[in-house]
Design a protein around this ligand. Structure first.
Ligand code: AOS
Ligand code: ZN
Ligand code: ZN
Ligand code: ZN
Length: 425
């Protein structure tokens, strides 16, 4: 199923209310000398990758309830991203996970991606599960394993993932490790870290010159006493040890409660080492809930630092943006539409922050004014700007509404059947 521009246009209906809302906001913003057209263009240009494993129902470790019409093949997963992109015009990339998504027919996979305007962003390796036919087990770790042969198998898997990514046009590899311990004394911290550094260097050495290595960190889970790459500092250290094109990847769910993620972002960008980003939201831990569903103000503050960094830190690369959420009770596509909207909304609000005025208020130690500036931007209803950005590219005025009006899920069930199961998690 592919959504064509005409049906989206038809679903948009009258633009009368949009025009009124947009003009009102544009008038208000130009009072503070905001270049509204440039703002809309920035919002429209912002593209986020959808991970191939988020298109089916994720489930929890207690159960998984499948969602009707889930994609069963890689081609179907890309078609789903195409639907999201057609509606939102902000999901122009997909992030694959190997071996869940090994293409059987590269030409066919590339063709369907092209047809849908989708590019292949960071590709993910998987050494946290044993793969069918694998000689050695990752039960006690992969890149950090005590056994050299297991580490070599894990490194070689990462090389293989890069080779697959090269054929699709990816330019970065994301490594997330489950390596760690569940009990004190189970493993030497120092040796595990040293082995991980050695393995990461081997992976890095095997990458083409125009590829980057993105190293994700996480304090706990699936191991509950220690994780080898537990925090941004450890990831940063490993990235520095590997070289110039190795970076830290921040996943919003991978912090201990109340961590100041916006400060982590600022620090990494100042050092030119923030390479990738996984969006989600959480109440407790790595809950992987819809972006912006729990702490939208925190997301805005993080975006404020991202925007500052993108404008002031040429030493930092362009980031690989991805949604890393999982869906248990919602239609995955509807959930992703909500996440995409929340990301754009936080980005747009961050773009509204008057950086000059903020810097001046900071110099004057006008703490009250600093807060007013940030919250003034945050309180602005930027949705008409998002609508305009989508419309400028032929997207939907209201993506969720159009998804329902066009009966997309019903169409997918008609095509794929009710009882499908997505591969992956
Ligand atoms: C795991 O917690 C990490 O967030 C990974 O980025 C990702 O969710 C995983 O690779 C998908 O299985
Ligand atoms: Zn992640
Ligand atoms: Zn995670
Ligand atoms: Zn997560």
């Amino acid at each position: 199923m592919q959504l064509d521009k005409d049906s989206i246009l038809a679903a948009n209906g009258s633009l009368h209310n949009h025009e009124a809302d947009f003009n009102h906001l544009a008038e208000k913003l130009s009072r503070s000398h905001t270049d509204v057209e440039a703002l809309v263009k920035k919002i429209a240009d912002f593209q986020v990758a959808v991970p191939s494993w988020a298109l089916g129902a994720g489930g929890t470790r207690f159960g998984r309830f499948s969602f009707h019409g889930e994609p069963a093949t890689l081609e179907q997963k890309i078609a789903d991203v195409g639907i999201l992109h057609a509606l939102t015009q902000t999901a122009g990339a997909v992030s694959l996970h190997i071996p869940w998504d090994v293409p059987t027919d590269y030409a066919a996979v590339k063709q369907i991606a092209d047809q849908n305007g989708i590019v292949f962003d960071a590709i993910n390796s998987n050494t946290f599960q044993d793969q069918p036919g694998a000689k050695l087990s990752y039960k006690h770790g992969s890149l950090a394993n005590t056994d050299e042969a297991i580490r070599a198998q894990a490194v070689e898997h990462n090389h293989e993932v890069v080779r697959i990514g090269e054929k699709l046009g990816s330019k970065s590899l994301t490594v997330w490790l489950a390596d760690g311990t569940s009990f004190p004394g189970q493993r030497s911290f120092q040796k595990a870290l040293a082995q991980t550094e050695k393995s990461c260097k081997e992976i890095y050495a095997g990458m083409p010159d125009d590829w980057s290595l993105l190293i994700e960190y996480k304090p706990y889970e699936p191991n509950f006493y220690s994780t080898v790459i537990m925090d941004w500092g450890t990831s940063f250290m490993l990235a520095n040890a590997c070289g110039e094109r190795a970076y830290t990847l921040v996943d919003l769910g991978h912090h201990l409660p109340n961590s100041n993620i916006e400060q982590v972002v600022a620090t990494l960008m100042a050092k030119g080492k923030l390479g990738g980003f996984h969006f989600n939201d959480s109440k407790y831990g790595d809950d992987d809930l819809t972006v912006g569903s729990i702490k939208p103000y925190a997301l805005f503050l993080i975006f404020n630092e991202l925007v500052y960094g993108m404008e002031h830190n040429p030493q930092n690369p362009d980031l690989a943006w991805m949604i890393d959420a999982s869906h248990n009770v919602k239609d995955p596509l509807e959930d992703l539409i909500q996440s995409l909207e929340a990301i754009q909304e936080a980005y747009a609000k961050a773009l509204l922050v008057d950086q000059k005025a903020l810097a001046a208020a900071q110099l004057n130690h006008d703490v009250v004014q600093c807060q007013e500036i940030l919250q003034g931007a945050y309180r602005t209803d930027v949705r008409p700007l998002l609508e305009r950005a989508r419309l400028s590219r032929g997207g939907a005025l209201d993506p969720l509404g159009a998804y329902r009006t066009l009966r997309v899920r019903e169409g997918l069930i008609g095509e794929r059947g009710k009882h499908t199961v997505a591969t992956g998690l």
